[in-house]
Design a protein. Structure first.
Length: 233
């Protein structure tokens, strides 16, 4: 009689055991998916975030205003200006000329194409060409990653016979220039990587972290059910 009762009890509990096993499998699968998603997003953010950095438009406007006040270009001779904080090397070998930060120089006695490079990036190659009609052109040879985000440090601007090298970010300008433009850190223009301000960026990141916390709470609840198994005779 006891044997028949035990067999009957096992048969009755078999569907419940199967459902519980299937539910556990789903929880394990969901846990792995959430963990993989979290690792993937954090890794992608680590690699992609430097390429999302952008400069504030006001910085470019302020630099243009500064250049208009201090540029010595006459417009009738070939002229090069370095408005970055880095030294710019023009030419090669014994004919190399160093263009110091915020220095301007005539290129009337230089031969073209003129090779140039900055002191801190020997893999960033620059060539200044002069066409048959006397127009100047700048050809850059940079690594593939240097055209986006934080690695795009500077740009060359051609205006008639004048070539200007300008920084794309605040860190590319000398400190005394930043002090003159903004006076202090409280007036420095800032912009977010994903939104229009760093404050909104922090809100987006905080919302993501809140989702991660909720996901962890859900996984803890799913892997630790509150009901207890009853002992079977």
């Amino acid at each position: 009689y006891q044997l028949s009762v035990s067999v009957h009890s096992i048969l009755l509990n078999t569907p419940q055991l199967a459902v519980m096993e299937l539910s556990n499998q789903r929880v394990v699968f969901l846990s792995r998916c959430l963990l993989a998603s979290f690792i993937t997003t954090v890794t992608l953010w680590y690699f992609i975030s430097p390429y999302l950095v952008r400069t504030h438009p006001k910085f470019n406007e302020d630099m243009q205003q500064l250049i208009s006040q201090h540029s010595q270009a006459s417009g009738v001779e070939e002229w090069v200006e370095n408005w970055t904080k880095w030294q710019l090397y023009l030419g090669e070998g014994e004919n190399r000329v160093t263009l110091y930060p915020h220095m301007q120089l005539s290129m009337a006695n230089m031969s073209f194409p003129l090779k140039a490079e900055f002191e801190w990036r020997d893999d960033y190659k620059i060539e200044i060409h002069r066409s048959g009609d006397g127009q100047l052109d700048v050809v850059n040879s940079h690594p593939w990653y240097s055209s986006m985000g934080l690695y795009n440090h500077y740009h060359a601007e051609v205006q008639g016979l004048t070539i200007r090298f300008l920084p794309n970010f605040l860190f590319g300008a000398p400190q005394h220039v930043l002090d003159k433009l903004y006076g202090g850190p409280e007036r420095i223009p800032t912009i977010g990587m994903m939104t229009g301000s760093p404050g909104l960026d922090r809100v987006v990141v905080q919302c993501y972290m809140n989702l991660v916390i909720l996901a962890v709470i859900f996984l803890l609840w799913a892997n630790n059910p509150t009901h207890k198994k009853q002992n079977k005779d």
